[in-house]
Design a protein around this ligand. Structure first.
Ligand code: ATP
Length: 505
């Protein structure tokens, strides 16, 4: 990105928008570009608090430049080559009674033709009014890469006069901090050092756990840790096989073999049949971090452009931690309405939907999107188009064999010896039950017996099953509609169905 910024400045692009939270790092990058450009350019930074101040010089505000209009006027009058950075000008660019500032910027841009002057709008929010859309180039200032983190780490090691660390440890410490801003990386290295009194391989865990904390604090992405393995899921053999085959899909070896990086998968299915569980256990199977994108938190109507900024920042964090799995639960709810919802919320959801699709289309970093959905009719058609996901799987209600497996898994979790249960009978009486309902029936049976101060039995479980009305009965229409739809368009997750369908065609 820094390179691109340099090229644009050299090519005399008059107006750039740099989206970042890392002001200091971005300023340093701009200063470096200015120093290396021919002719050399001066860098001025504008803030609403201090007006226009020259970068790297004692803080002296240029005469009467605190108001944005006056500052832009001042910039227009400068004759020397320069980069003029406006920090947080976005509240003045929302088109709400700030027409004057936007007009001043247009005047400035027009006056820059043939000069070595450029304005950089720096802010954490991407805010481009329609009047400037054709003039501005938007750049996302990327999080630090390994080389930049290496500088941070080296400085920390120097400061603490730690003994040298070997290349492998260094690489692990750097990888652990990927996804953090420079300030955050500095903080976690310092904390790891203070906690352990040194920075060695065993401190990688501290750095990682600090990173998880920071990601949690960001509030939109959640770092999920799952203890269950894929073997604690009953049935869904086809789906498991597909996932197991791709265990090494993100390795260098797979690239050398000529395989493309998997993009993502969509798991459609009846509620409570293990969709989320599959997503979570895949993270363990593939040995990749699992980041849950909470779309509810992406939407933020407090300021214009805030939701888009949230989504962008979350996706960028996921990319910088990659290879990683980005888990979006209930995609149907997250993007309900998609492109068609422009009227209800000023177009925010359709813009968010558009940004997400573009990101999915263009992403080159190894972020595997794992999405689940219960309702196809609410899912924007764009997601179902071929090529968007590598595969769309349909997870149906478990068949009798799968129900047996699910009973075995959940009974074994709770009792060491399960030979006293007639599992085949339990599978038979629980026809139409989802995995979650089977688990709930089992828990209900245990509560019943526990209240009577005795061990639970086969009969307790059967009684609990009999007193449960499964979703497949209460929502027959919805389940049937989903099945009919999926039969034509999605790949069945259970092997029995898959074999049956293969025979049919
Ligand atoms: P929803 O659509 O309601 O979010 P889901 O399909 O994502 O449901 P999960 O949340 O994964 O379902 O399932 C809930 C719980 O039910 C799981 O944590 C697990 O304990 C149990 N369960 C569901 N399906 C299975 C299965 N096939 N094998 C074992 N346990 C299962």
């Amino acid at each position: 990105m820094q390179e691109e910024l340099g090229i644009l400045i050299k090519a005399q692009y008059p107006l750039l928008s740099l989206v970042t939270f890392e002001e200091e790092r971005a300023e340093q990058a701009i200063a470096k570009i200015a120093e290396n450009s021919k002719p050399q350019r001066r860098v001025f930074i504008w803030t609403l608090t201090h007006g226009m101040v020259e970068y790297g010089q004692p803080r002296v505000t240029q005469h009467n430049t605190v108001s944005p209009q006056a500052a832009i006027d001042w910039v227009i009058r400068q004759n020397t080559p320069g980069i003029f950075v406006f920090k947080d000008l976005h509240p003045f660019l929302d088109g709400m009674g700030n027409a004057e500032v936007i007009r001043w910027i247009r005047d400035a841009v027009a006056s820059f033709k043939g000069t070595d002057k450029a304005i950089v709008l720096m802010s954490p929010v991407q805010q481009v009014p329609i009047e400037l859309e054709k003039e501005v180039v938007v750049l996302n200032f990327l999080l630090p890469n390994m080389a930049e983190l290496n500088q941070v780490l080296s400085r920390q090691l120097e400061k603490s006069r730690s003994r040298r660390i070997n290349t492998e440890t260094r690489e692990k410490l750097l990888k652990a901090a990927l996804g953090l801003t420079r300030d955050e990386a500095e903080k976690v290295y310092r904390k790891a050092q203070v906690t352990a009194g040194r920075l060695t391989e065993s401190e990688v865990e501290i750095v990682l756990s600090e990173k998880k904390q920071l990601i949690r604090r960001n509030g939109i992405l959640e770092y999920i840790e799952e203890d269950e393995t894929i073997d604690s899921i009953g049935g869904l053999e086809e789906l498991k096989k597909w996932l197991k085959q791709r265990s090494n899909a993100f390795t260098e070896r797979a690239r050398e073999y000529g395989l493309p990086q998997p993009k993502g998968m969509l798991i459609l299915g009846v509620p409570g049949c293990g969709k989320s569980l599959i997503a979570k256990t895949t993270s363990r199977l593939w040995g990749l971090p699992l980041l849950r994108l909470d779309m509810g938190r992406v939407y933020d109507g407090s300021t214009v452009g805030r939701s888009e900024a949230n989504l962008r920042s979350a996706l960028r964090t996921a990319e910088s931690i990659s290879p990683a799995i980005l888990f979006i639960d209930e995609l149907d709810k997250a993007f309900a309405g998609g492109a068609g919802s422009a009227d209800s919320d000023g177009g925010t959801s359709s813009r968010i939907f558009g940004s997400f699709l573009t990101w999915m289309q263009e992403k080159t970093s190894p972020v595997f999107v794992m999405a689940t959905a219960n309702r196809v009719e609410r899912l924007p058609g764009e997601f179902l188009r071929k090529g968007r996901f590598d595969e769309i799987f349909f997870v149906d209600l478990p068949n009798p064999d799968e129900r047996e497996e699910i009973f075995k898994i959940h009974l074994s979790k709770r009792r060491r010896d399960i030979s006293r249960f007639d599992i085949a009978q339990l599978a038979k009486v629980s026809d139409g039950f989802s995995g979650a309902e089977i688990e709930q029936a089992l828990i209900a049976a245990m509560y019943e017996a526990f209240a009577q101060d005795r061990e639970f039995t086969q009969l307790d479980i059967i009684a609990a099953i009999k007193s449960t009305l499964p979703l497949s009965k209460t929502m027959t229409e919805q389940v049937t509609a989903l099945r009919d739809w999926a039969r034509q368009r999605a790949r069945p997750a259970a092997s029995s169905v898959a074999e049956y369908q293969r025979m049919e065609f």
